[in-house]
Design a protein around this ligand. Structure first.
Ligand SMILES: Nc1ncnc2c1ncn2[C@@H]1O[C@H](COP(=O)(O)OP(=O)(O)OP(=O)(O)O)[C@@H](O)[C@H]1O
Ligand SMILES: [Mg+2]
Length: 256
């Protein structure tokens, strides 16, 4: 469904090089890797916020970056790692801005659009916050609002940059559960996470990212191996099996 073919981008002293992978319809691929390894750069370059030199992102065979912005917004929704709105919009207004590309240039959002926004806020348990200024929310609440803003577009692919970073455990489970449910409906996702255990549980495949490259990509049990993780993170870990999932723990010598 989504194909990344030889994606390269450079900031100058940091580059991502020839990143190639595919994401199937309804597949969840999680990018896992150390701070500064290039996960955000990859997501931004895939979405087109950073401009790779060559055509390298295809959705259903079409050059994604070459499509008009409206069509791109229908295909892919992006949730940044952090975001500061320029004005103290209400929560409901922030979610409605997710529909901006679907409205005409002089068209204002109508009741049906606000209803839709409310539905997404309800899904994320935030309906009571709808009239609050977005800037007065906690970090986790802001993150949930941004997820609602991406969901309202009803895109075919979600690109989520650390969507669980500020969330409590219940909300982490909720957000990743929503992603899995959407996957069952055929929505694909590329997500960056830091928790290898959540990646193991919620992904179809994991891509391990190091120094701008994908070091390994595969099903969690193929990728989450002691040696591979030690190579990527430089920390000794042990891998255990629980209920069919592969889980990662730091080795005792790191704890003590
Ligand atoms: N706007 C920028 N200009 C120059 N260099 C940048 C810029 N943004 C990021 N970098 C550099 O690119 C590298 C990769 O950054 P990136 O944000 O993609 O990492 P990441 O894997 O998402 O890290 P984290 O897990 O901390 O979010 C880092 O070395 C960073 O310093
Ligand atoms: Mg990042």
């Amino acid at each position: 469904m989504l194909e990344v073919r030889g994606l390269s981008f450079s900031y100058g002293d940091f580059s991502i090089e020839k990143v190639t992978f595919e994401v199937g319809r309804g597949e969840v691929v999680i990018l896992l890797g150390p701070n500064g390894s290039g996960k955000t750069t990859m997501l931004k370059a895939i979405y087109g916020l950073l401009k790779p030199k060559e055509k390298c992102v295809f959705i259903d065979g079409k050059d994604f970056h070459g499509l008009p912005i409206r069509e791109r917004a229908r295909l892919a929704g992006y949730v940044p790692q952090s975001h500061t709105p320029p004005f103290p919009y209400t929560v409901l207004e922030v979610v409605v801005t997710g529909l901006a590309s679907q409205l005409g240039p002089f068209e204002s959002p109508r009741n049906e659009h606000y209803e839709k926004a409310l539905e997404k806020l309800r899904l994320l348990g935030l309906e009571d916050f709808k009239d609050r200024p977005y800037t007065q929310l906690s970090g986790g609440q802001m993150q949930l609002v941004l997820i609602a803003r991406a969901l309202i577009q009803e895109p075919r692919v979600l690109l989520l940059d650390e969507p669980t970073a500020h969330l409590d455990f219940k909300n982490q489970v909720k957000v990743l559960g929503i992603v899995r449910k959407l996957a069952q409906e055929g929505i694909s996702a590329i997500i960056t996470l830091h928790d290898p255990n959540l990646a193991s549980i919620y992904s179809d495949r994991i891509a391990l990212v190091k120094e701008g490259k994908i070091m390994a990509i595969g099903r969690p049990h193929e990728v989450l191996r002691e040696k591979t993780l030690r190579d990527v993170y430089g920390v000794p870990v042990c891998v255990i099996e629980f209920n069919g999932f592969r889980l990662i723990l730091p080795r005792t010598e790191v704890i003590l």
